[in-house]
Ligand binder design. Structure first.
Ligand SMILES: NC(=O)c1ccc[n+]([C@@H]2O[C@H](COP(=O)([O-])OP(=O)(O)OC[C@H]3O[C@@H](n4cnc5c(N)ncnc54)[C@H](OP(=O)(O)O)[C@@H]3O)[C@@H](O)[C@H]2O)c1
Length: 337
């Protein structure tokens, strides 16, 4: 499985993205995590190129300063004011879209933050950085499967840490036992559980293309979120300015994310999306073993199949799925599949 492939230059990606205008008119897209950073840049570029798209944006509050500018007068935008660190409110987003639409072409989810102040719990008893990075990503996809499967070429892009999968804390998947939780562990656990769960969804929904991307270091407000007091000052005044010297601009990360949403290279079907640029590899040879494209900050196919194989061999794919469904049932009641 994926050996590292060639970098895809930004210019190639920008050229491909400009052809988003050639995709069918009236694409319907849901962006979660697009109030800021990578998601906001992806949304902006999608809105600029797409023809008459209908765009839903999940946002936690709708203060006028945060309202979406009209990047494209032919687009319609609708903001859904919900908190996706909560499973119940994510389910509200799902139900709202279901009440308005009969299909969903694109779901792009880049919500997430780092737990700088250790483990806290939401009103649902879950740790919110893991909820935004993993649980509600899956809750949104799962709830929207009927609409995604009703679209001609549905695509789901999750921005987190594709390719960085690693062994799990197997007996404490949501890291609630004393001593289990740390910033690093919550990140690797969220990434690995996300890839395993996307594989499960990909196996049951072959029509949908799934991408799990790692954006690399990107100059966004991410680091300052979730930290308070002296940590926040140190991050804001020292770490972030230094990091930004080496970081990608959000515009590049957004362009790459739009490429994952629209290019045929990430579908395994040459007719699905903007034709893959001639200079990049054959999409068929790039498909991840289990139907999920794992890509890094240079849009190279990545992933350690050895790690994934070991997890699957010990039944962790099934265990993670059952654990996640039990969490959803605990919050939403027994109707969840
Ligand atoms: N930037 C990087 O260097 C980097 C590196 C590796 C991976 N990533 C991953 O890429 C994703 C996007 O990061 P970014 O850099 O674009 O971050 P960002 O600019 O901070 O944006 C994060 C998004 O997540 C939402 N979000 C954050 N905390 C939330 C909470 N408690 N509840 C609900 N929504 C919340 C935010 O919505 P609100 O504004 O409404 O809170 C925002 O739209 C994250 O999952 C991050 O872990 C980023």
């Amino acid at each position: 499985m994926p050996t590292k492939k060639a970098t895809i230059p930004l210019e190639v990606i920008q050229q491909s993205n400009s052809r988003t205008a050639d995709l069918p008119e009236g694409l319907i897209a849901l962006f979660i995590g697009a109030t800021s950073g990578i998601g906001k840049s992806t949304l902006k570029q999608f809105a600029q190129y797409a023809v008459r798209p209908r765009i839903y944006i999940r946002q936690q509050d709708c203060r006028p300063a945060r309202r979406t500018p009209q990047w494209n007068p032919s687009a319609t935008y609708e903001v859904i004011e919900k908190d996706v660190s909560l499973i119940r409110e994510t389910n509200d987003v799902v139900e709202y879209i279901k009440s308005k639409e009969t299909k969903l072409d694109f779901l792009c989810n880049s919500a997430g933050f780092l737990p700088m102040s250790g483990r806290i719990e939401t009103s649902e008893g879950l740790e919110p950085s893991m909820t935004t990075r993993f649980y509600t990503k899956i809750a949104a996809i799962q709830g929207l499967l009927p609409l995604l499967n009703a679209a001609q070429h549905p695509r789901v892009v999750s921005v987190l840490a594709g390719g960085q999968e690693s062994p799990l804390v197997e007996d404490d998947l949501d890291l609630r036992k004393p001593g289990s939780f740390s910033l690093i562990k919550s990140s690797t656990q969220s990434c690995t559980m996300l890839t395993l769960s996307l594989e499960h969804l990909a196996a049951e929904n072959p029509k949908i293309s799934f991408v799990h991307s790692f954006p690399g270091l990107v100059d966004t407000p991410l680091l300052a979120r979730g930290s308070t007091g002296i940590k926040n000052l140190l991050l804001t005044w020292i770490a972030m300015p230094i990091a930004s010297l080496f970081a990608l601009r959000p515009e590049e990360a957004g362009a790459r994310t739009l490429f994952y949403l629209t290019s045929a290279r990430f579908s395994g079907d040459a007719s699905n999306g903007v034709p893959a640029p001639a200079s990049v590899e054959d999409p068929a040879t790039d498909t991840a073993a289990r139907g999920v494209f794992l890509v890094n900050d240079k849009s190279q196919s990545v992933g350690d199949e050895h790690v994934m194989e070991e997890l699957r061999a010990r039944g962790m794919d099934k265990k993670v799925w059952e654990h996640t469904m039990a969490i959803f049932k605990g919050v939403l009641g027994p109707g969840v599949n």
